[in-house]
Design a protein. Structure first.
Lengths: 615, 572, 233
């Protein structure tokens, strides 16, 4: 049979991604090996053959992929595919595919799919991307916003305080005092029959003049509103406001499992960034500020468990740090009096780049409008010591390298800063380059933007097109390489005999930060956030579009892996570190991580070629 | 063990050393050292610069030229040394201040023109090609002797080795690899020189032995001075006196100038000054480099004289009547295999003899001089093998540097900046590798069909650099009136004039390559300096009739020339 | 539609009336292999969609030019087993070339009709044929069998046109001109329009239509073969 006889099918493949990248011979083979299936809406779900997983390419009709919980993961219409997750991950099918509209589906056998992937890199990338996208989507639906999707089980008290129905009010009150709770559950034969709260004791006991021997049964709220442990926090909030109550017993299968109070819910909400920032801005004492900052680790944990994008997490956490810093400056100025001159509080390093993760150490400095006299110097000395101390107490520990505004070395006038940067640029010795990698990621957190702009403009005018400095920067950043050895095997770091794993920060994210920084400085791009830098470089056509997208993807992926790993370490009471052991990953994630490192490696080669004129 | 086995072992060992250093540097164990120690120490950087600087031409061919042409050959020594000083003192600090890593980038920015940059890139590529061709020839000579193959085959092998080293291997451009290469090459050069000096004059330092009395086998002075003896021998054989020049004064002057200014325009050496972060350290390493270069350059005349005397005596025998071919020394037979020595028994007496004129029966390629010297002087086999390793070290370090200039210029300056701005990193890297490979192939071609001896080929490269890049750089730094039109036309006219003159005499009309036909008696080797003047004149003339230089460029030039802030900003 | 017991008896009677030649044994085996299919569901049965291209519409005077075959197995259409055969004819393709796009030179590698019929029996053995407007295709096949083997065979078949006609009448009461043609029928099931027109593509189109029809009738696993089969001799 000659190939073109299946022309309508080949034509369909040729006009739909990712098959459109295949050569004619592969298209013909593909058409030849297709198995056409018909799916009627009446059968509701696509039946999968667990033994022979396939790729499903929709020819007509419409389908929906839903995860085991029934959450929508993907909608698939003509020309789109499903079933690749299983083929790529090798895990068994868990998602369900609902048939929305009758249709024809081309089945592509696994062997052929694998072959097409090996034969064509673009075809392969299409599906690994689609898979990563889908992973993200799955989480997106789960995450959304914490109040609407968090479940009660995450914030309820798991050891309910309860009392028998025939106990006395006094016994109940004693119990509540001992456990420092504001309500008890009332049980009869292990069944929940009522709830007794502080308010009941006041309104129904004291106000009514009953004595302590009165039976709980008489004063409790009978048949209280309850909530299931897997209910959404949102639902609990609705119940509380509808019935004007503050306590909700948690009941599963008629068994009292715990209690959730309005305070619990408020607390969970306040770890939302906006609320937290609002709260920070409202605090009027440093002590209160320190207290509020205790919620930052909770916020991080929530964001990680919600599987937000790593870049977003970084931005959110940094904006909290920024707010905290600003508030500390304002509060301390209230104590010390008005500043004798305009100044900017500078954030360097990860805070500058807006990619802070856990409570990192502080990297900051002070930019003064002009040379301070003795009085001004003393003022800023006090102010910066107070702010740095405050930050330390809020969990941002003192910088071990002493890059802090309280160090007079980093509390300089505009002219001095300009000199300092100029010296680093003109004489790029190793120490200067090490500094450069921290200081060139700077941002003004507090103070007049014009003052900061003046500094940044002069810095950029020195770095832009200064090839010698850039060569030094590039050379310095090339000292570290991604942990890939020969044959793209992961290189693991060891501590004695113990395998520590791969350092995702210093051999991953930091390398991409370095690359983006060198390019940005060379082009005079003022962005400091790595993702924004890469985008700006792409828009200015300094980095090839494909390279830029790959690099941005790799950056997000590695940062995401690092955060997910840290979230895992935190919840399992392990030491939180940047080290990831590849054996903890699924084969697909390993594959993607390897790809991400390869992208970093290629980008480093590009950097080396362009800036150090070597390869 | 025979020479060949020893060569394999010693060359293999030096390669293992380079690879080992590369791995050590890769492993990142240098990082702590690097940061803690404030970078590469100036002494080390000086050695690395010297390794970049001293090419196969210096190592293999320079002594040969001096040996054969006597005083005339010394122009190379003077030119190259002068050029280095010019580069280190007059140019590098200013370029550094300008913040440009490569010469074309400087020219492109100074003359505010992409065209100027492109012309400079083309000049640089052209010069580097010529220079590498010289290196290839040198490597070919080394391999042909020690693997006992034809010199062409030697070039092929050399191409493969350089390709592996410069395109695939990750050992190039690492300072410590180059330090090792310097050590290997200087050791390889000095050992035979010292040996021979002790044997012939009883002095350990060849530089001293050069001006000393000869001693006999028992170590007693003979009262005859080395140079006198050589003058006598030369005169006897019909050559002009060794210490007397045969070149016209004007030619010597021009060749020296071309070499000097060309050196200053060579792109791969300038870079070395910028890899040192502190200006002070850069100066120190330039000084050290000069010392390390001087060690070899001052030895060259001595070695040349020693080997000349030895050569004449071993060929013509103690009584100067020639030696029977059967009993001719081994080195003659060994080198005959490479085709670099040939014997034509004109008078059918079965004896070899060497002289100037019709009675001469020996054709000896000058490039073998350094390599054959240990053999001529009957030094131990390991010394001979060591010299091979030294020659390779010299060729590799220089060609790797040059190939990087060529390949990155092609991929980044030509393709990325001009032709394909949207090229991906991977493609750029691929094109760089292809350019390097092409560079090697073309250089190999000229290595097999050389228009002259190694040093002479390299001299042409210098001439081209002197005529094109050097004036553009100098005017860029020191003149505020030269505009882009002037610079571009100057470079083009200078390059074309020089290249045309050389091609005419070296390729098109080789027979006319005699002093009578030369312009003002200037040989093709020296025409670069003339090209330089032409460049200056054209640039000034064109700038006069075209527009003025933009104000920001004028400010820029002014700021370069003031040393303030040249990395010496005060520390707070 | 016919009951499967009746079908079986027809086949039994048919085999009784046969003499025993070599051709006959081949044809007999062919028939026997089919009888097992009747009680199976559409999902489990071995079916083969078929389409013929002819020089005209008269089985006596016109000839088959090409045959497209594609199996229907477990509710899917495996294209890897699809077949397309050209048949050499006496004379020229003539006017019909305008319809099916086959021109004479394409027929050069074609099989002669006797070899083609033997091939067809081999390929379709054990499969119930599915075609759109099947009686026409069956008539051509029977005529060719008659010409080649000297006798006809009792052939069970499924006619998608007939199925569509019944469904259409039930829904709309009366037929409209052209409403049960392959293209129009497919449109009602939102099946894609195929630009190509050859025996193989039409066989695939017919197979897809059939799957859609059976799904609409109640499901591949619910409908049994004998509920849809007709006979041809």
């Amino acid at each position: 049979m000659n190939a073109s006889e299946l022309q309508p099918i080949e034509q369909f493949l040729q006009t739909h991604a990712p098959f459109d990248v295949l050569c004619a011979a592969l298209i013909a083979r593909c058409a030849r090996e297709i198995n056409i299936g018909y799916y009627a809406k009446a059968s509701a779900f696509v039946e999968f053959d667990p033994v022979n997983p396939k790729l499903y390419l929709v020819r007509s009709g419409a389908f929906e992929v839903r995860d085991p919980q029934g959450v929508l993961v993907d909608r698939v219409a003509e020309g789109e595919c499903f079933g690749f997750s299983t083929l790529l991950s090798g895990e068994k099918v868990v998602n369900k595919v609902a048939i929305l509209e009758d249709g024809l589906v081309y089945h592509i056998p696994q062997a052929l799919f694998t072959e097409l992937r090996t034969q064509n890199r673009q075809f392969d990338t299409f599906f690994t991307r689609a898979f990563a996208q889908r992973l993200r989507n799955e989480h997106k639906f789960k995450a959304k916003d914490l109040t609407t999707t968090s479940r009660i089980t995450n914030l309820m008290s798991h050891t309910p305080i309860s009392i028998e129905v025939n106990a006395s009010v006094q016994q109940a009150a004693k119990l509540m005092r001992d456990h420092r709770v504001s309500s008890v559950l009332v049980l009869q034969d292990q069944q929940l029959v009522g709830i007794l709260t502080d308010r009941d004791l006041r309104n129904r006991v004291l106000a009514e003049g009953l004595d302590g021997l009165a039976c709980v049964d008489k004063v409790m709220t009978k048949q209280p509103q309850t909530v299931a442990s897997n209910a959404l926090v949102f639902e609990a909030m609705l119940l509380m406001s509808e019935h004007n109550i503050h306590h909700l017993p948690v009941v599963d299968n008629q068994q009292a499992k715990g209690m959730v109070t309005s305070t619990d819910i408020l607390r969970s909400q306040s770890s939302q960034p906006l609320l937290l920032i609002g709260e920070i801005d409202r605090q009027s004492s440093i002590e209160r500020l320190i207290h509020v900052s205790k919620q930052i680790p909770v916020l991080l944990q929530n964001l990680i468990s919600a599987d937000a994008r790593a870049e977003e997490i970084g931005r959110v956490l940094t904006s909290v740090t920024d707010a905290l810093t600003r508030r500390l400056i304002v509060l301390n100025q209230q104590l010390l009096g008005k500043a004798p001159m305009a100044f900017c509080w500078l954030a360097f390093g990860s805070q500058g780049r807006q990619d802070q993760v856990a409570c990192s150490d502080q990297d900051n400095g002070l930019l003064l409008a002009h040379e301070p006299d003795e009085f001004a110097a003393a003022y800023f000395d006090k102010l910066t010591h107070a702010v740095c101390k405050g930050l330390d107490q809020c969990g941002y520990i003192y910088c071990p390298g002493d890059i802090m505004a309280q160090n007079p070395q980093w509390r300089l006038s505009l002219q001095q800063w300009q000199q300092k940067f100029k010296k680093w640029v003109m004489s790029p010795e190793p120490k200067a380059l090490m500094h450069a990698s921290i200081f060139f990621d700077m941002r003004a957190v507090y103070g007049p933007q014009t003052l900061f702009d003046e500094l940044q403009d002069s810095v950029m005018s020195h770095t832009k097109d200064n090839d010698i400095f850039l060569a030094g920067m590039a050379g310095n950043s090339l000292q570290q390489t991604p942990p890939l050895g020969f044959f793209r095997k992961f290189v693991l770091e060891r501590d004695g005999s113990e395998v520590k794993g791969m350092d995702l920060k210093h051999k991953g994210s930091a390398l991409i930060n370095d690359i983006a920084r060198v390019y940005a400085l060379s082009a005079g791009i003022k962005e400091v956030n790595t993702a924004k830098r890469i985008r700006a470089l792409m828009d200015a056509n300094i980095i090839n579009r494909k390279d830029a997208l790959n690099l941005a993807d790799a950056h997000e992926f590695i940062a995401h892996m690092r955060l997910a790993n840290q979230g895992y370490q935190a919840t399992n009471n392990l030491v939180v570190s940047n080290y990831l052991k590849p054996q903890d990953l699924s084969s697909l994630l390993r594959h993607q991580l390897r790809d991400a490192f390869k992208v970093v490696h290629d980008a480093q080669s590009g950097l080396k070629l362009k800036f150090t004129r070597s390869f | 063990m025979d020479v060949q086995t020893l060569t394999y072992i010693i060359v293999g060992a030096t390669f293992a050393l380079y690879i080992g250093i590369a791995i050590w540097a890769r492993a990142g164990s240098t990082k702590e050292f690097y940061v803690a120690g404030g970078g590469v120490p100036p002494v080390m950087n000086g050695m690395a610069t010297a390794a970049d600087w001293m090419s196969a031409a210096s190592f293999i061919s320079l002594a040969g030229i001096v040996s054969f042409t006597g005083y005339d050959g010394s122009v190379y020594l003077m030119g190259w040394t002068g050029g280095y000083v010019l580069l280190a003192l007059c140019m590098a600090p200013y370029l550094r201040k300008f913040g440009k890593f490569t010469v074309p980038d400087f020219i492109g920015d100074r003359y505010y023109s992409q065209t100027a940059r492109t012309v400079a890139v083309i000049c640089a590529i052209f010069i580097c090609f010529t220079y590498i061709a010289g290196q290839m020839r040198g490597v070919g000579v080394v391999f042909s002797r020690f693997l006992e193959v034809e010199v062409d085959t030697g070039v092929y092998i050399g191409m493969a080795v350089v390709f592996f080293y410069a395109v695939l291997g990750g050992m190039k451009g690492i300072t410590y690899t180059q330090v090792a290469q310097y050590c290997v090459l200087i050791f390889a050069f000095m050992v035979p020189a010292i040996f021979i000096s002790v044997m012939m004059t009883g002095h350990v330092l060849p530089q001293v032995g050069f001006g000393a009395e000869l001693v006999d086998a028992a170590g007693n002075g003979t009262g005859v001075y080395l140079l006198d003896k050589l003058d006598g021998l030369s005169a006897e054989l019909g050559f002009s006196q060794y210490t007397e020049g045969s070149k016209a004064m004007v030619d010597v002057f021009f060749i020296t100038g071309a070499l000097m200014f060309g050196t200053a325009g060579l792109p791969h050496v300038i870079v070395r000054f910028f890899t040192v972060p502190r200006v002070k350290d850069a100066r120190l390493s330039a000084g050290w480099a000069l010392v390390f270069i001087a060690i070899m350059y001052t030895t060259i005349p001595a070695l040349a004289a020693f080997s000349r005397v030895n050569m004449i005596e071993t060929i013509n025998g103690p009584d100067s009547t020639g030696v029977a071919y059967e009993s001719a020394p081994d080195w003659i037979k060994n080198w005959e295999k490479t085709g670099l020595i040939a014997w034509d028994d004109k008078n059918n007496d079965g004896k070899i003899s060497y002289a100037n004129g019709a009675t001469n029966e020996m054709t000896i390629d000058r490039d073998i001089m350094v390599l054959a010297t240990p053999e001529i002087a009957s030094l131990p086999a390991w010394v001979i093998a060591l010299v091979a390793a030294g020659g390779l070290a010299a060729a590799l370090s220089t060609s790797a540097g040059l190939l990087l200039v060529i390949s990155t210029s092609v991929s980044h300056d030509l393709l990325k900046k001009n032709l394909m701005p949207d090229i991906s990193d991977k493609k750029e890297l691929m094109y760089a590798r292809i350019a390097a490979a092409l560079g090697i192939v073309m250089a190999g071609y000229f290595g097999i069909n050389p228009p002259g001896f190694v040093a002479a080929v390299v001299a042409i490269a210098f001439g081209l650099a002197a005529a094109s890049l050097f004036p553009a750089i100098i005017m860029g730094i020191f003149s505020k009136t030269i505009n882009k039109e002037g610079a571009i036309s100057g470079m083009l006219v200078g390059l074309l004039f020089t290249a045309g003159y050389i091609v005419y005499f070296k390729f098109v009309n080789v027979g006319a390559n005699t002093p009578e036909n030369w312009l003002f008696g200037i040989s093709p080797e020296g025409i670069g300096m003339m090209g330089m003047f032409v460049n200056f004149i054209v640039a000034f003339a064109v700038s006069k009739v075209t527009g003025a230089v933009p104000q920001d460029v004028v400010d820029m030039v002014e700021s370069i020339r003031f040393p303030q802030g040249a990395g010496e900003a005060q520390d707070h | 539609m016919v009951n499967h017991l009746w079908l079986k008896s027809r086949f039994w009677l048919d085999s009784l009336s046969k003499q025993q030649g070599s051709h006959d044994r081949q044809l007999n085996e062919y028939q026997h292999s089919l009888t097992q299919q009747f009680t199976r569901s559409i999902y489990d049965a071995d079916l083969m969609a078929i389409d013929l291209e002819m020089t005209g519409l008269d089985p006596i005077n016109d000839q088959i030019i090409s045959i497209g075959l594609v199996p229907i197995s477990k509710g899917t259409i495996p294209l890897v087993r699809a077949q397309h055969l050209m048949i050499s004819i006496d004379g020229s393709v003539g006017q019909s070339a305008a319809v099916h796009g086959i021109v004479d030179h394409q027929l050069q590698d074609a099989l002669p009709i006797d070899a083609a019929m033997a091939w067809l029996l081999r390929q379709t053995q054990g499969h119930i044929l599915v075609a759109h407007h099947a009686p026409m295709d069956m008539a051509f096949i029977q005529q060719s069998l008659q010409n080649v083997f000297g006798q006809r065979v009792l052939l069970p078949f499924i006619d998608t046109l007939m199925i569509e006609k019944t469904r259409y009448l039930r829904q709309h009461g009366q037929l409209v001109e052209g409403c049960v043609r392959l293209g129009q029928s497919r449109e009602r099931y939102h099946l894609p329009v195929y630009a190509g027109h050859n025996a193989l593509i039409d066989a695939i189109a017919c197979a897809e239509l059939f799957l859609a029809q059976v799904s609409a009738l109640g499901g591949l696993k619910q409908i049994k073969c004998h509920e849809l089969v007709g006979l041809s001799k």
